[in-house]
Design a binder for this molecule. Structure first.
Ligand code: TXA
Ligand code: MG
Length: 329
């Protein structure tokens, strides 16, 4: 009997398999069986479940410790499929045709034919849809034949995962399978745009830059969302929080601080990681969450962050850092 006992390490470890054909097939089978499957996208790793099943989606909220008022993004493989779930305005269609697959999520009025369950939508009459541009994600969604609800695969309020190991560290055995497709190339989450009737609004800056969206639409998106307007409920003030305090726009390191540098501003040493020594914003975005995790794991009192330009994907980087530094409840 004792020979078959599960050792503690086996009980607490998550299962990580390569995102090859066998891994994708198993992931798809588990999704159809209402299990949780973490998978890579070009932005961050997602914690996937059958978006049409309240029972499956309930497991996402439980595993993340996510408040039930915060709706999820449904991931699909084709625009035809997305059109079954959401009502596309002319602006929404233009963005979908231009930027999908890609780091863009559209919040649309929910379609009568939609399959995305009420729990995934947090009871709203809108639905968030995305076609990711990662071949493993697309293969998994297509093989499952389901819309896949997937928030970032981290515990609620923590730093988003950009490797399979990050997912395992955060969620452990609460996720049934983790598909390892390597590091996520973009590194920050998708840009969220609400296209509701005549209104087109930026709800969350992300991997797709504002300027590209404005160019496609031929209009300027309002700078910030007023509190009475549509919001992404997940865009809460404190989020992406490491254990250490975060100090923004630091010109130099104080004693005992860890440094998150950009463009070689701090004196380099063991306490510092540079998001991009060459001051390249795309490289900085790809390194952001992994470097925050790494510095945090060293247990500093605070992490000092060098100033980072706000243009391009810098808008999303600054958004995430602002929330990492926000007062915590
Ligand atoms: O890149 C991404 O978007 C990743 C990958 C896995 O696709 N997903 C992701 O999901 O970042 P999550 O749950 O961490 O963030 C989704 C955001 C939340 O802030 C949520 O409030 C918002 O989308 N959201 C979802 N449905 C919405 C809706 N119907 N109306 C407004 N906001 C919505
Ligand atoms: Mg998230």
């Amino acid at each position: 009997m004792s020979g078959s006992a599960i050792r503690p390490t086996e009980r607490t470890a998550a299962r990580i398999v390569p995102a090859n054909a066998a891994g994708i097939a198993e992931g798809a089978r588990l999704l159809r069986a209402e299990k949780l499957v973490a998978f890579p996208t070009e932005t961050v790793y997602g914690l996937g479940a059958d978006a049409s099943s309240n029972a499956a989606v309930a497991r996402i909220y439980a595993a993340k410790g996510r408040p039930a008022f915060n709706p999820l993004i449904a991931h699909v493989a084709t625009l035809a499929e997305a059109s079954r779930h959401g009502v596309f305005s002319a602006a929404a269609l233009r963005l979908a045709e231009k930027f999908w697959p890609g780091p863009l999520t559209l919040v649309l009025p929910v379609a009568a034919t939609n399959l995305v369950c009420e729990l995934a939508r947090a009871g709203r009459e809108t639905v968030a849809l995305r076609i990711p541009a990662h071949k493993n994600a697309l293969a998994l969604i297509a093989a499952a034949g389901l819309p896949v609800a997937a928030p970032s695969a981290n515990r609620s309020g923590r730093i988003s995962p950009v490797t399979a190991r990050h997912v395992a560290e955060d969620l452990g055995p609460d996720v049934d399978l983790i598909l390892d497709g390597g590091a996520c190339p973009v590194g920050v989450e998708s840009t969220i745009i609400a296209c509701l009737g005549e209104t087109t609004q930026l709800l969350r800056p992300g991997g797709l830059c504002r300027a590209l969206i404005e160019e496609a639409l031929g209009l300027a998106l309002p700078e910030r969302v007023a509190s009475h307007e549509i919001v992404a409920p997940g865009a809460l003030a404190s989020h992406y929080a490491p254990s250490a305090l975060v100090r923004l726009n630091a010109e130099r390191l104080e004693p005992g601080e860890a440094g998150l540098d950009f463009g070689g501003r701090f004196s380099q040493g063991p306490a510092t990681l540079d998001l991009s020594p060459a001051a390249d914003l795309d490289e900085a975005a790809a390194n952001l969450f992994a470097f925050l995790r790494e510095l945090d794991s060293r247990g500093p009192v605070s992490i000092a962050v060098a100033p980072i330009p706000r243009h391009g994907i810098g808008e999303a980087i600054n958004d995430r850092l602002k929330r990492a530094a926000a007062p915590r409840s």
